[in-house]
Ligand binder design. Structure first.
Ligand SMILES: N=c1c2ncn([C@@H]3O[C@H](COP(=O)(O)OP(=O)(O)OP(=O)(O)O)[C@@H](O)[C@H]3O)c2ncn1[C@@H]1O[C@H](COP(=O)(O)O)[C@@H](O)[C@H]1O
Length: 103
């Protein structure tokens, strides 16, 4: 099991946890829109780390981004495997070729 898969399992288990003792449970209890908002905030913080050329902070904020992406996916019952399958489907297709095919 990869780190992301273990984290996904932890987040799934937190769906029924006490919001007073789990940040994940607290966030999930606020609904998918709040989870999406937090994901967006963390993504912006990662972008700001790039703007400041702060490598260490980029690593830290990227971990926040991945965690909050998994929480957002859990809120919408989208398994990580489905996202990974989409990435696998794209393997071997250049982004430039894909964009050209869309016209
Ligand atoms: N990876 C994470 C993780 N990354 C970030 N965070 C939390 O996400 C929050 C980030 O939000 P902010 O920095 O915006 O914090 P904040 O300013 O206090 O939040 P707001 O006031 O803005 O709402 C912090 O409270 C972090 O502790 C995480 N919380 C949990 N996990 C993982 O999830 C597991 C389960 O955690 P609990 O659900 O808390 O048991 C943990 O063992 C970890 O593996």
């Amino acid at each position: 099991m990869t780190t992301l898969e273990r984290l996904e399992a932890t987040i799934a288990a937190r769906k029924s946890a006490d919001p007073d003792s789990s940040w994940t449970a607290k966030l999930l209890s606020k609904g998918a829109q709040k989870c999406a908002q937090k994901f967006g905030e963390e993504a912006i913080e990662a972008c700001m780390a790039v703007a400041k050329d702060d490598r260490a902070n980029l690593v830290y904020e990227s971990a926040d981004v991945l965690y909050h992406l998994l929480v957002m996916l859990a809120a919408k019952d989208v398994p990580l495997a489905e996202v990974l399958a989409e990435l696998e489907r794209r393997e071997g297709t250049s982004g430039i070729a894909e964009k050209a095919a869309r016209g």
